[in-house]
Design a binder for this molecule. Structure first.
Ligand code: IPE
Ligand code: IPE
Ligand code: MG
Length: 239
């Protein structure tokens, strides 16, 4: 357990949910909510260094989200392209290292090109590590990792008897990430929807009612300091 150690969560993962409902409440199309959500993400990334959050991982599009209408999917893909294009300069300047997890095979060429470029351009940054899960599913990730691992065995490059948790984790999309300390889900749903299944084995969970477009840096700060605050109180009791 991470609580009780008196430190801020090193790695926070967020399931950004509730964009559609937020738009609906305003009588606007779902995409309007996604656009507002993208603006929120900018704000949240920026506040991480002040809070001592070194790794931020966000769920942008799941392997199940392909079940949505063509219009919504196309709108989201356009939004991802636009977000990357408009944000690259600021992310480079602000010391954010961006990486993507998920299966790129189903994403369009132009988007994948932009993702690669953003990863490359921010590769020397280390102030904040932003990981964006795009066409990501925890089960899909485990299946793809297993496939790669099996291929290594077949090619005689890996002895199956040596496979343990550490070797397996090396084949996951998140091989470069520490496990999340805190997973936040907005919009009142208390489920993880296939997000970071392996990695969150010991994470703390925070489910909050706020819809993602209303998730301000103040709300985020409260959750993060609340996590640290509980640790500080625990410290006082043991002192
Ligand atoms: C989360 O918001 C964003 C994505 C899944 C891309 P939703 O679009 O799921 O919003 P709700 O849950 O329908 O309100
Ligand atoms: C999870 O939200 C995926 C993302 C936030 C990208 P969903 O809205 O797709 O999840 P369900 O369908 O409510 O489980
Ligand atoms: Mg949702």
């Amino acid at each position: 357990m991470k609580r009780g150690t008196g430190i801020a969560p090193h790695h926070v993962a967020i399931i950004m949910d509730g964009n559609g409902r937020w738009a609906q409440q305003r009588g606007r199309p779902r995409l309007f909510g996604h656009q507002a959500g993208a603006r929120r993400l900018r704000e949240i990334v920026r506040v991480c260094p002040d809070l001592g959050v070194k790794y931020l991982t966000i769920f942008a599009f799941s392997t199940e989200n392909w079940k949505r209408t063509q219009i919504e999917i196309a709108g989201l893909m356009t939004l991802f392209r636009r977000y990357i294009t408009l944000e690259t300069k600021a992310l480079v300047r602000e010391g954010v290292r961006v990486r993507f997890i998920g299966d790129r095979i189903r994403l369009d060429e132009k988007l994948v090109w932009l993702m690669d470029e953003l990863e490359l351009m921010t590769a020397d940054n280390s102030r904040v590590h932003l990981t964006i899960a795009l066409n990501y599913g925890g089960r899909d990730e485990v299946a793809r990792a297993t496939r790669r691992l099996a291929q290594e065995v077949r090619a005689n490059r890996l002895n199956p008897d040596t496979v343990n948790e550490e070797t397996f984790a090396h084949y996951l999309d998140t091989y470069f990430l520490p496990d999340p300390d805190l997973v936040i889900r907005t919009s009142g749903e208390a489920r993880i929807s296939n997000f970071l299944l392996w990695q969150s084995a010991y994470a703390e969970y925070e489910f909050i009612d706020t819809l993602w477009p209303d998730f301000t840096k103040e709300v985020f700060t409260e959750i993060v300091t609340g996590y640290s605050g509980r640790e500080r109180r625990f410290g006082a009791v043991t002192a």
